[in-house]
Write a new protein. Structure first.
Length: 130
């Protein structure tokens, strides 16, 4: 269900709507000049929340099979990336557009999370077929 929600978000581009609504609100209420500090706080909070959520998911789902925990962790990674990306912070945009060994960071984060979920799903299917 979580991945389905992300698919809907990808098609409707809801994070861009969220960003535009916040930008309009900042202009209307006069705090647009301080947006960088707020964006940085938002990104730091979202990253911390993602790390805490992934840790809690990993620990509390220890009763589940390893594949299920991995899939949940991958979904946490993807959601954290989407939330941080929604902040539209130009320094973050520059970072995720940069590359590591020829692979852009946004690919590593987004496709990495999807790959973790896909590997976990394949592992679960393989385990069931035995």
């Amino acid at each position: 269900m979580a991945m389905f929600a992300l698919g809907i978000n990808k098609q409707l581009d809801l994070q861009s709507l969220f960003t535009q609504l916040l930008r309009d609100n900042a202009l209307r209420h006069g705090w647009f000049a301080e947006r960088r500090v707020l964006q940085l706080a938002f990104i730091a909070g979202a990253a911390a929340f993602g790390i805490i959520l992934a840790t809690l998911v990993w620990r509390h789902l220890s009763v589940l099979r390893r594949n299920m925990r991995s899939a949940a962790w991958g979904v946490c990674l993807i959601y954290t990336y989407v939330i941080i990306r929604a902040a539209s912070f130009h320094h973050v945009d520059r970072f995720i557009s940069s590359s590591l060994f020829g692979a852009r960071w946004n690919w590593i984060l987004e496709i990495g999370g999807v790959s973790i979920v896909a590997k976990a799903a394949a592992g679960s299917l393989f385990t069931r077929s035995r």
